[in-house]
Design a protein around this ligand. Structure first.
Ligand code: SF4
Length: 212
């Protein structure tokens, strides 16, 4: 991607081994990992004025295939409806990552019974963010980030640590932002309702379904 228009002093929310763009002059490209349509709504609304967004739907943690398809459709519906709206601030691109729940099951082996927010989730965040960083690096994106921090049920610190560690390894910028701040979560509820999106009742894996 183009490397022109850079500034010298990155803000603290940017964890980038490279540089920060002046987003008022050029829109850098952003690969936005999305866990689901509803969580993506308020993040996209917040980021699209400044970034050229591609949504990356990579969620092998959704162990039930039918549930995965429902969330995928909800994500696509939001993007299609947003792109078709007259007041859009940009056009959102979309990539579906591989659906590979067997890799997730392997990854969390030994941590299945822990509570949500613990070691199992840490591995889950790493897995999803690492794949996103790899895809962003391969695709020549400037930054990656994730909708995971919208949810009040997710541990922001764990997600931030994972993103910062991974971005250093892949040498790609990570936007480390707690998207639930400034009413981000409430806004996602509002927008999900407005766009009539399916909203799931549990996090994603079979273990979280059993816990609910
Ligand atoms: S509870 Fe959610 S974040 Fe934690 S491992 Fe399961 S799907 Fe991943």
């Amino acid at each position: 991607m183009s490397g022109e228009q850079i500034t010298e002093s990155p803000k603290s929310e940017y964890s980038s081994p490279k540089f920060e763009y002046n987003t008022e002059i050029v829109k850098p490209s952003l690969l936005l990992h999305s866990c689901c349509g509803p969580c993506s709504t308020s993040v996209i609304e917040e980021m699209i004025p400044s970034y050229d967004i591609t949504v990356y739907f990579y969620n092998p943690n959704i162990t039930d295939r039918a549930e995965y398809e429902k969330r995928l459709e909800s994500q696509k519906k939001f993007i299609d409806d947003y792109n078709g709206s007259s007041n859009r601030k940009g056009t959102i691109a979309f990539i579906e990552g591989a659906y590979e729940p067997e890799l997730f099951i392997d990854e969390v082996k030994g941590f299945e019974s822990g509570p949500e927010g613990g070691a199992r989730c840490r591995k889950c965040f790493y897995m999803r963010l690492e794949k996103t960083a790899a895809a962003a690096s391969m695709g020549g994106y400037d930054f990656f980030t994730t909708t995971l921090t919208v949810s009040p049920h997710k541990n922001y610190r764990l997600i931030s640590e994972a993103g910062r560690e991974i971005c250093a390894r892949y040498r790609i910028g990570f936007i480390d932002r707690d998207y639930k701040k400034n009413n981000g979560y409430l806004r996602s509820l509002e927008l999900s309702k407005r766009y009539s999106l399916y909203r799931q009742s549990y996090c994603g894996c079979a273990f979280s379904k059993a816990e609910k």
